[in-house]
Structures are given as structure tokens and as C-alpha cells.
Design a protein. Structure first.
Length: 138
């Protein structure tokens, strides 16, 4: 079974809105792949346009017959609050299987960058996040 490293780069966000009326968004992200998760740095006081430029690496074992959701990348955007519980600003999912499969077929080690809509739990748009992804086979 082929294996490698899946790299997920959180680049920046645009138009993120908080439910807090008296403070700027202090955004951070939780990135989940399989049974693993990682938390980004907090883009403190950057408001609706946070920049992270932070990369996370996940070990991958891949087979073309894997279920699609096995390689799903889920990203949740949070707003850190000092006094109350952190607020979820929204989330989105990325089809990691498609990216891994394309990289294995082409042998490419290039970053696949795209902008994803952040959706609140009620389905409404709450801005967007730019993410880069690449798969490096062993």
C-alpha cells in the first residue's frame, strides 16, 4: 500500500465574522485528518482577515479502493475568547482522496491552493479560507 505525507497549509482568511460585538476575531483553526488533529496558532487581533501561514503534516497510507471519507480533511475555524467559551465561526471539508490520487498519478509535488467557503452550522457563509495541500509519496 503506497504511503506518504499529506501537508496542509493554512494561508489566510477573508470576511470572517464573529458573534462578539465588542471585539475583533481572534481566529484559529483545527485541522482534522483521519484520527489526527492539529491546532493552528491564534491570529490574535487580526479581525476578519487573519493570516496563519502554518503547515501541518499527516502520515498517509493510501489505496485507490479506500472509502472517500477516509482521506477527508476537515477544518473548523474558531474565535478565541478570553472570558467565555471559544466560538465556532464555521467549517469546511476538503476531498483529500482526490488530491492524493492526482499527486500519485502525476508524480507532482506541487501545492494545490484553493479558497474554501466557511459555512456556519446553519449553512450560511461566514467568509473564506485559503488553503494549500500537497501529497509527498514515500
Amino acid at each position: 500500500m503506497p504511503s506518504g505525507i499529506l501537508e496542509v497549509e493554512l494561508i489566510n482568511g477573508q470576511k470572517l465574522k464573529s458573534g462578539d460585538f465588542f471585539s475583533k476575531v481572534d481566529a484559529y483553526c483545527i485541522v482534522r485528518y483521519g484520527n489526527h488533529s492539529a491546532r493552528s496558532n491564534n491570529a490574535r487581533n487580526q479581525g476578519s482577515t487573519p493570516t496563519w501561514n502554518q503547515t501541518f503534516k499527516f502520515d498517509v497510507e493510501y489505496s485507490p479502493t479506500d472509502a472517500d471519507d477516509k482521506h477527508k480533511i476537515a477544518i473548523t475555524i474558531m474565535d478565541e475568547d478570553l472570558i467565555t467559551a471559544d466560538d465556532e465561526l464555521g467549517s469546511f471539508e476538503i476531498d483529500g482522496k482526490r488530491i492524493i490520487s492526482m499527486s500519485m498519478r502525476s508524480g507532482s509535488k506541487e501545492w494545490n491552493q484553493d479558497t474554501y467557503n466557511v459555512l456556519r452550522r446553519n449553512g450560511k457563509n461566514n467568509g473564506e479560507i485559503r488553503v494549500g495541500i500537497r501529497f509527498m509519496s514515500n
